[in-house]
Design a protein around this ligand. Structure first.
Ligand SMILES: NC(=O)c1ccc[n+]([C@@H]2O[C@H](COP(=O)([O-])OP(=O)(O)OC[C@H]3O[C@@H](n4cnc5c(N)ncnc54)[C@H](O)[C@@H]3O)[C@@H](O)[C@H]2O)c1
Length: 256
């Protein structure tokens, strides 16, 4: 549901880089930020998906471009950030969203070392590589903000996926400390089970029922629930918030 109380041009003149922007949350984040005036760069290892998503946004009058990029590849990420800084003069919002998930949320013995290593490369090193690459371009820009996408799996560890998303929570605090002097806030969102196309295709009905059974709120989470959290964290309304992970889970695996 669009929020009509929010000013349309809230992010006018800002530049946002969204990793994994070709589909799912990334595409929805790009849509929401560009609808509020930001120029959005959708970076995805699947360049065709990113190009399609950017074209969709542009057709609706938004300002969006696409770039092919593996977040685990330092050289590729460096080139993307360099290109953004050169073309737009800097970067205001970084959303570290790209991640390997459902298919990797399995026991170590089933996954094997190569896949375990790849999850850590993408979900953990990807956040580190993109954050470090973006720092200079974001430094000193009013309202500069990084949002990392963790997961409810970080609170109910069952696999390397949960461990990788627990690391994202830790990195969020580390980077919040390191980037504060540059005026950059760093926060995370830990979404619960949200039925993006990929999750709907990959998750078994039994697993979906198990998660829903552990929620306090009995409805399914929607992409828009996570988009609203992002819009809050990157807004001036969250200017005193840094190092936090905001759970958007319907109360999944909640404990004190
Ligand atoms: N959907 C959920 O229920 C859920 C819940 C909690 C957390 N998350 C997290 O949210 C993020 C997005 O999830 P989604 O459901 O939208 O996934 P998705 O699979 O629909 O989209 C992820 C996108 O990231 C891209 N990507 C994958 N590896 C990449 C890489 N190395 N470099 C650049 N791009 C890459 C994919 O090509 C894809 O377009 C992930 O980090 C995921 O772990 C999702």
């Amino acid at each position: 549901m669009p929020d009509h109380t929010r000013p349309k041009g809230e992010h006018e003149g800002k530049v946002a880089l969204v990793t994994g922007g070709g589909r799912g949350f990334g595409k929805a984040f790009g849509e929401a930020l560009s609808a509020r005036g930001a120029h959005v760069v959708l970076a995805d290892i699947d360049g065709a998906a990113a190009a399609e998503a950017a074209a969709e946004l542009a057709a609706r009058g938004a300002s969006a471009t696409a770039v092919t990029c593996d977040v685990a590849d330092e050289a590729e990420v460096g080139a993307v950030v360099h290109g953004v800084a050169e073309r737009h003069g800097g970067l205001d919002i970084l959303v570290n969203n790209a991640g390997l998930h459902a298919a990797y949320n399995r026991p170590f013995t089933e996954l094997g070392l190569a896949k375990v290593r790849r999850v850590l490369d993408v979900n953990v090193m990807g956040v580190i590589i993109c954050s470090l690459a973006a720092r200079e371009a974001m430094k000193g820009r009013a309202g500069a903000s990084v949002v990392n996408i963790s997961s409810s799996a970080a609170y109910a560890n069952r696999s390397i996926y949960g461990v990788s998303k627990l690391a994202v929570r830790g990195l969020t605090v580390s980077f919040a400390r390191e980037f504060a002097a540059d005026g950059i806030r760093v926060n995370a969102i830990a979404p619960g089970l949200i039925f993006t196309d990929a999750v709907r295709a990959e998750l078994s009905a039994a697993e979906a029922d198990r998660v829903l059974g552990e929620q306090i709120l009995r409805r399914e989470g929607e992409e828009q629930d996570v988009v609203e959290a992002l819009l809050h964290l990157v807004s001036s309304r969250a200017s005193f918030v840094t190092g936090e992970t905001l759970r958007v889970t319907g109360g999944f695996a909640l404990s004190v």
